[in-house]
Design a protein around this ligand. Structure first.
Ligand code: GCW
Length: 673
């Protein structure tokens, strides 16, 4: 809903005397003030604004028994942990400091809102750094942003500080996120200028009471672009001195500044390799500038210079030999999969392959490859699947590429709020299941009445839990990947071939369809990417008969008539999966329809319309991919699969004409069909 509409609704509510609250999605999972609340809250005497926020939140919405907040030394709890227990005088929330009390308050309110009994417990976060990465540009656009423009109003800062910054900080703190990288990894050096740092400092001031540190993406060539130096060579003393002076300047303004995130020598960004230096030499030079202030460098391993014929191997080839060479305040930030945030990827083999180096995972909360803001794709199942392979305890920190923009409801698709929520909850506790998280999020956000029939809420839950697998099935099942339209990555283009473009930006590079079969041979008879995994897993992946079927086309070029576990041939199985993806969306539509009487009409209609788009696009994917691959298999589409109504040429003719900074609108999509 747009801002004007919310305003009209609010005004109408006032004029007609009806309830002033109207759904607009802006509250996220957080409840507003609760007039019936009779809470008795005792808080420690403190001047801390953080304690004041905890008290304010509890006074607003705590429904439980009288509650006492206490600051008490407890070495188990660290800086951010909390304990909930009972003593003779009643229920107590205790922590080492004010921040622990804030996190504990949000946890208690969550129990309340989800209608759960208060669990007596001790909680500490799994990671000290739980950070969102904004890919926001200084001109207000967001790379891969699908919910409007950036929430940072750089033009009006530092004079005008939008109230939304506080709302945003509150939402993050409520799920345990404690760091925000404000700007795109494709970074403009301007963010490090004195003018912009003054603006950044204002945002940091708003975030501080919520326990959130500000970080910045730094352009490696900033000493040249901003400082006028002739080089950015990390071994040149004047370059190191420039970064040191810059760090000193930043910490004067922002004493708790978190540090830098760096995308170097990747997709045209500058980096140490431009000066024949290694990633470690570049990262360490910056880390040493931050070290005296306690800052860190998150150095991304998203690189794919063609050092090998297989892109999936390149990051490992470049980074693994640097193990042990990074300073202790550098963390290597690795995307969950070896290619790029696909609907399903095996984990990146770099994880665990650098035992002497701190590593962190980068998830993508924004749905670049999962239908933007038009499709429901609840991503907790993807992230917990990653943790099934990579032990959370092997990581030092966690990052998620934010899906937040200045739309009233923050995330474009109302259900995409669940991904922001789930990222925060998993960053705090990666042992949580997708189901536990959705059980918390759903009642708090969808606000259905308590007497909503269980089959309806079960249906909604299933809709969310199955949604990512549905996307995998209708976009690229069985380990297929990168079949996306060029640039914006919305619709299917397995045929895409741009003259002069990098081969590894073209789908045929990844699917390798030919008359013999389908899939990228990464086994020992092919690129041997399997050898980058630990021996036992490598063996399993290497054998076409033991490779998990969800990855079979990732690791093998599979003959069209290969017998799959179901007994079907590869071709039939492929057709079945595409069909089943489409049918899953139809099921999701039925589940949403059943919930209509219990959901706010504004919210219901919004999601319903987006589901219609999703259903249509799922079919677009199914038809496009099956008709295209059929040219190679030469086999008929089985009877159980709905026959395509378009021709391949018609589908090839669809060009959305959107940029990498927007979501195709339903109107645009309608006009192309
Ligand atoms: O996924 C790709 C995106 C780019 C992005 C890049 C990265 C910020 O298509 O838009 O750039 O990854 O992660 O650096």
């Amino acid at each position: 809903m747009n801002k004007l509409k919310s305003l009209i609704l609010a005004v109408t509510a006032i004029l007609t005397g009806s309830a002033a609250w109207a759904y607009d999605g802006s509250c996220l999972w957080l409840s507003g003030a609760d007039n019936d609340n009779q809470a008795v809250i005792t808080v420690p005497k403190s001047k801390s604004p953080t304690v004041a926020i905890a008290a304010e939140e509890l006074n607003k919405s705590w429904h439980g028994e009288p509650l006492r907040l206490e600051i008490k030394r407890d070495k188990h709890l660290g800086n951010e942990g909390f304990r909930v227990y009972r003593d003779k005088k009643g229920l107590v929330l205790s922590a080492n400091n004010d921040l622990g009390l804030l996190y504990g308050s949000y946890a208690l309110l969550r129990d309340n809102a989800a209608g759960k009994a208060i669990a007596l417990r001790e909680e500490t976060p799994a990671y000290n750094v739980r950070v969102l990465n904004h890919w926001d540009n200084l001109d207000g656009t967001i790379e891969r942003g699908y919910s409007g423009h950036s929430i940072w109003n750089w033009d009006e800062l530092p004079d005008v500080v939008s109230p939304r910054y506080r709302e945003y900080a509150r939402a993050n703190a409520s799920v345990g996120i404690n760091g925000v990288v404000l700007n795109n990894v494709n970074a403009s050096s301007k963010i490090l200028s004195a003018e912009y740092l003054a603006k950044v400092a204002k945002i940091a001031d708003v975030f501080r009471p919520y326990g959130i540190k500000v970080y910045l993406s730094a352009n490696f060539a900033a000493p040249m672009q901003l400082g006028g130096l002739k080089t950015a060579d990390p071994l040149e003393p004047e370059v190191a001195a420039w970064w040191k002076a810059k760090a000193d300047e930043i910490y004067k303004l922002i004493p708790d500044f978190g540090g830098f995130l760096v995308k170097a020598n990747s997709e045209g960004q500058p980096g140490p390799c431009d000066f024949d230096r290694t990633h470690a030499e570049g990262a360490n030079m910056m880390a040493r500038a931050l070290k005296p202030h306690g800052g860190i460098v998150m150095w991304r391993a998203f690189v794919y210079s063609p050092a090998d014929a297989d892109r999936a191997k390149q990051a490992y080839i470049e980074f693994q030999p640097l193990d042990g060479k990074f300073d202790d305040n550098v963390i290597v930030q690795i995307k969950n999969g070896p290619i790029d945030f696909q609907p399903r990827e095996p984990y990146s083999p770099l994880f665990g392959a650098m035992p002497q180096t701190d590593q962190m995972v980068e998830f993508q909360v924004t749905q670049e490859y999962l239908g933007h803001s038009n499709h429901i794709a609840y991503l907790a199942p993807m992230w917990t699947e990653f943790f099934d392979y990579v032990s959370p305890s092997s990581l030092k920190a966690i990052a998620g590429v934010a899906n937040v923009g200045n739309d009233t409801n923050w995330t474009g698709h109302p259900m995409a709020q669940a991904n922001w929520y789930a990222f925060g909850r998993l960053a705090w506790n990666p042992q949580l299941s997708s189901e536990e998280i959705i059980d918390e999020w759903m009642p708090m956000t969808l606000n259905y009445p308590e007497n909503t029939p269980k089959e309806v809420t079960d249906g909604l839950k299933k809709m969310m839990l199955d949604s990512r697998e549905a996307v995998v099935d209708y976009m690229m099942p069985l380990g297929l990947h990168h079949l996306f339209a060029f640039g914006h990555h919305y619709g299917p283009e397995p045929w895409c071939d741009i003259k002069g473009g990098r081969p590894d930006w073209m789908p045929p590079y990844y699917h390798r369809a030919d008359s013999a079969g389908l899939g990228f041979n990464r086994s020992s008879s092919g690129s041997n990417a399997v050898a980058q995994y630990p021996a036992q897993l490598a063996k399993k992946l290497d054998d076409i008969n033991t490779c998990p079927e969800e990855f079979i086309l990732w690791f093998h070029h599979v003959p069209w008539d290969f017998k799959m576990k179901s007994g079907a041939t590869l071709w039939q199985e492929l057709c079945n999966r595409y069909q089943s993806g489409v049918e899953s969306v139809e099921t999701m539509q039925r589940q949403w329809t059943a919930a209509k009487p219990y959901i706010d009409p504004e919210l219901w209609n919004d999601v319903n319309e987006r589901l219609m788009t999703q259903a249509r696009d799922a079919n677009w994917w199914r038809e496009g991919c099956l008709l295209y691959f059929q040219q190679f298999s030469g086999m008929p589409i089985p009877d159980n699969v709905t026959p395509p109504v378009h021709t391949l040429d018609q589908l090839k003719g669809i060009k959305l004409g959107i940029s990498n900074y927007e979501c195709p609108t339903p109107e645009l999509l309608n006009s192309k069909r």
